[in-house]
Design a protein around this ligand. Structure first.
Ligand code: PLP
Length: 396
């Protein structure tokens, strides 16, 4: 029998059996006519998950990090300035990538646990009358801190300043799990990977470009080869790729996106909210606090939970792994050792989540933290039994 438990890390996430099978394909010649029936539905499925009519979706054999690189190298030019808040490990790494590409980054230092300060962005953009800033970078969901930022507010700040910068959104740990409006928020490039909301193995980097971003590709650009979307667009127009695609992963993405659309995006989002609400109820019952500063910032895909002063949160992650075979997320960067993270996104049910919460309780009790077994589980049970989804919806 398999002794595999679900994982409770914020990516890679648990895979539905059907998606896993869809990724496992015999060799298929990507230059044959069969490939187009995988490629185009996969791209179209992603576009629908993004709630966009007009986005051009590019899918690289890569990861989310490659999507960042595709966003910046295709649209920006050497010496361009971008605006970004640094409020966690992922915004930090994206800023670092921009700097390594010779871009100037106007950094708004923001406490880890806070969201993107849209009002501060509006001041900076309003003051930038010369339009030096070419792009605004926004990490929708900071996976390190469990903070969801308000992208609609970032867009309002840009519009309030009447600023023409492009809006790039890292949606790696939000797309396919929480409300995301590519067209509604007038996003120019949205980035994700296959191994989070799409419930797949890692291996695909996804970047969706608006018509405005596509136009910027004509006039700008940093040195790029592998991530050049002009080559990719030519490939797609001929039902192919500029190099060898991951056919099995694309087949998985075709299925995963249609599963999300069949469940109904609003139902998918509600499921994530419900599961996250249960996790937060458990955290409160444990007498613990989230890294996220306020309820408005609480993420529905990952919770970063502060452990008591002087206690190394990393011990929770390693003990859960060695004693119970369960994966939780470690703290990253500034909050390493101070938080542990429970990922609650992707292919997950209320019942799976209860097993994760029960495991966290055993781990914390084993390590001498003052946790009453069952306290958090009971709090989550009250949430789940009062708002359960009919099984028909959850069944694959
Ligand atoms: C996971 C993650 C990334 C990195 O994606 P990879 O697929 O590991 O390259 C970037 N941003 C956020 C918000 C993430 O959660």
């Amino acid at each position: 029998m398999s002794l595999q438990n679900p994982v409770f890390i914020p990516g890679p996430t648990n895979m539905p059996e059907s998606v896993r099978r869809a990724c496992d394909m015999p060799t298929l010649d990507h230059r044959s006519s069969l490939f187009k029936d995988i490629l185009h539905p996969a791209r179209d499925g992603v576009r629908q998950v993004l709630k966009s009519q007009s986005a051009e979706v590019f899918i690289f054999p890569s990861t989310g990090t490659g999507g960042w690189e595709a966003a910046i190298t295709n649209t920006l030019s050497p010496g361009d300035t971008v605006l970004a808040a640094r409020n966690g490990m992922f915004s930090l790494k994206w800023i670092d990538m921009c700097q390594r590409h010779g871009l100037l980054v106007e950094i708004v230092e923001t406490a880890w646990g806070e969201g993107i300060p849209a009002d501060r962005f509006e001041e900076i953009l309003t003051a930038d009358t010369a339009h030096r800033i070419k792009a605004v970078l926004a990490t929708h969901n900071e996976t390190a801190t469990g903070v969801t930022s308000d992208i609609a507010a970032v867009r309002r700040a840009m519009d309030g300043a009447a600023h023409p910068a492009l809006l790039f959104v890292d949606g790696v740990s939000s797309i396919g799990s929480m409300p995301f409006e590519f067209d509604g928020w007038k996003i120019d490039v949205a980035v994700t990977g296959s191994q989070k909301g799409f419930m797949m193995p890692a291996g695909l980097g996804i970047a969706a470009f608006s018509p405005k971003a596509m136009a910027a590709v004509e006039t700008g650009g940093l040195p790029r080869t592998y991530f050049d979307i002009r080559d990719m667009a030519k490939g797609y127009a001929a039902n192919g790729y500029p190099y060898t695609p991951s056919v099995g992963l694309l087949n998985g993405l075709k299925l995963a996106s249609s599963m999300l659309l069949d469940e109904g995006l609003e139902n998918v989002f509600a499921r994530h909210t419900r599961i996250a609400t249960g996790v937060r109820a458990a955290v409160a019952a444990w007498g613990m606090e989230l890294c996220a500063a306020r309820p408005a910032l609480f993420s529905d895909t990952v919770s970063a939970i502060r452990t008591p002063e002087g206690f190394d949160a990393g011990r929770i992650v390693s003990h859960a792994s060695t004693r119970y075979g369960v994966a939780f997320g470690a703290g990253l960067g500034q909050v390493a050792g101070k938080v542990f993270r429970i990922g609650h996104l992707g292919s997950l049910t209320d019942v799976m989540m209860l097993s994760g919460l029960a495991t966290a309780e055993m781990v914390m009790a084993d390590l001498g933290l003052p946790i009453r077994l069952g306290s958090g589980v009971a709090a989550a049970q009250e949430i789940y039994r009062n708002s359960a989804t009919p099984m028909a919806l959850a069944a694959e």
